[in-house]
Design a protein around this ligand. Structure first.
Ligand code: AMP
Ligand code: MG
Length: 272
């Protein structure tokens, strides 16, 4: 994809990639906040129209993976980028601590089941990447098992891609200070207290470990068929504008078409 947005944020997987070099406050692609917000609304409407075609065409799907530390804005992204889409044809799946049944299977089992069927845009709030992030940081699996997962994930995503699923992966990159501010807001605002989990504080203490695990996953699993994008996410409006633009451009590139009438001629149909 050629746009300046996609180019600027793609993880190239090379040795030079470093998360620490990406400024979470970056707003340099946008010269005006209000214009960027208007552009996001326009892109969301274009996404809605493209989604309708994708659904009608019924042959391919789009999978959007959202990852990021607590408070990075995963839910907010879904709300603003897909808010113009009707509920038909869009499926959001959050991935939580695996249930007993999920733990009794391989780690991709629950993920594969949730992948979008033909015609659908699937959005993952967290994903199989938790199995090389939280699982690595908290040592919930053997190091050798985790080490194998990067290639397993690449193979899995290649298989999805070969079978008609376009994949976009966004890491919402916020600074540690910004997370502190958002956690404080969750603690003090009664409308947000439900989002706070005391375990978020334990995770915050492991910030550096999480960033290291993210960096490894981004480097090893950014592929031509399933690229990773690191999105500066301290500013909600930058995050929304960047993601809406990349999703829109990807759908435009896919160019889904309304299927023509087959086996009947619209001109000869008479409705009395
Ligand atoms: P939230 O997104 O705030 O609802 O939190 C979901 C929690 O589930 C996060 O703390 C994730 O790290 C955790 N989680 C998601 N997937 C896994 C997994 N495969 N293994 C362990 N914990 C997970
Ligand atoms: Mg949470």
């Amino acid at each position: 994809m050629a746009s300046q947005f996609a180019k600027k944020f793609t993880v190239d997987g090379g040795k030079g990639f470093s998360l620490a070099k990406i400024n979470p406050r970056d707003d340099s692609l946008f010269d005006d906040k209000e214009k960027a917000k208007a552009q996001t609304a326009e892109d969301a409407e274009a996404i809605n129209q493209l989604q309708d075609r994708l659904y009608a065409e019924g042959g391919r799907s789009l999978l959007v993976i959202l990852q990021g530390i607590d408070c990075s804005g995963k839910d907010g992204t879904v709300r603003s980028v897909f808010n113009a889409c009707g509920p038909i044809g869009v499926e959001v799946t959050p991935f939580k601590v695996p249930s007993e049944e999920e733990r009794a299977h391989d780690y991709l089992w629950r993920v594969h089941k949730a992948c979008p069927s033909k015609g659908i845009i699937g959005i993952f709030n967290r994903s199989h990447y938790e199995d090389v992030l939280v699982v690595k940081v908290k040592k919930l699996a053997a190091p050798q098992a985790i080490e194998q997962r990067y290639e397993e994930i690449n193979d899995f995503e290649k298989m999805l891609s070969d079978n008609g699923t376009r994949i976009l992966k966004f890491m919402l990159h916020i600074s540690k200070d910004e997370q502190a501010e958002r956690l404080r807001e969750r603690v003090t605002n009664p409308a947000k207290q439900w989002k706070f989990n005391p375990s978020d504080l334990a995770n915050r203490k492991l910030w550096d470990d999480y960033m290291a695990a993210y960096e490894t996953a981004l480097k090893r699993c950014s592929t031509p068929h399933a690229p990773w994008y690191v999105i500066p996410a301290n500013h909600h409006w930058v995050r929304n504008a960047a993601i809406a633009r990349i999703v829109r451009e990807t759908l435009e590139e896919m160019a889904p078409k309304y299927p023509p009438a087959v086996g009947w001629d619209p001109k000869s149909v008479v409705i009395e």
